[in-house]
Design a protein around this ligand. Sequence first.
Ligand SMILES: Nc1nc2c(c(=O)[nH]1)N[C@@H](CN(C=O)c1ccc(C(=O)N[C@@H](CCC(=O)O)C(=O)O)cc1)CN2
Length: 299
Amino acid sequence: MSADIIDGKAFAASIRDRVAAATGNLKEEFGLTPGLAVVLVGEDPASQVYTRSKERMATAAGMASFEHRLAEETTERELLGLIDNLNADPEVHGILVQLPLPPHLDSALVINAIDPNKDVDGFHISNAGRLATGQTSMVPCTPLGCLLLLKDRIGDLSGKHAVVVGRSNIVGKPMASLLLGANATVSIAHSRTADLAGLCRQADILVAAVGRPGMIEGDWIKPGATVIDVGINRLPSETEGGKDRLVGDVDFAAAKEVAGAITPVPGGVGPMTIACLLANTVVAAARINGLPEPDELTV
Ligand SMILES: Nc1nc2c(c(=O)[nH]1)N[C@@H](CN(C=O)c1ccc(C(=O)N[C@@H](CCC(=O)O)C(=O)O)cc1)CN2
């Protein structure tokens, strides 16, 4: 039997519709237009695509979009100066600095300079700590998107064994916190985990976020499990002059023969990231202004 394919693209579109409705309410009832500032340093081609999509989708949802394109050689001082200005700007409710930054810039320093209330990526140390300790926080967009897909597919996650492969600060660790908060039993695995395949085989929910193309094999998956593939790996085309191929961290063709449900790459988790960013921006705008939060957009 072949797994159900989880349509992240369609689900993300439905979240963006809800964001647009919530944005419309804030404007009509309170005269408040949520504003998102997108900061891109340098010319990384994928980052250019992602930031353009963020700006376009923010505008389509009725928000104000503030775009800041900075040269590759921008200094830390200049970038921190911009962030100070955005922190102080009452029309800006969400600030994101696109990652990765050029290597001469200290990402942790830059992210921690963002006002935590405007940190719609949820990467600030104070938001990371609040999430890890079960307090209200801004939640990182990719893990938030994964949780929404899982809840939509499974409903109550209580007692499910979730294995998260990957321990990054922006996906693996917050994903584990969110799953714990939803009462799953959580294992965090990584490249040094003994018998990684054996651990994955115990998972009712398997989240792969390692950045290694096709690393999770079909026979690592428990029959019927729900598999969330966070990996977005670009491989050269198999034909000369063709376009690069995007593949996930899971061997999709093999896994779909065993899993109960699985996200594809592209079209799975990726589109949820931007939809959740927009949802976080509306939530931030409401919180900053002491207004009721649109609860359908929070977890
Ligand atoms: N400040 C941030 N930087 C980065 C984040 C982030 O959440 N905040 N995440 C990633 C990049 N990213 C958003 O910024 C992102 C990645 C992928 C997608 C997406 O929709 N992917 C599509 C495929 C698109 C393609 O062809 O490349 C899919 O999977 O279907 C959206 C956003 C790193 N940086």
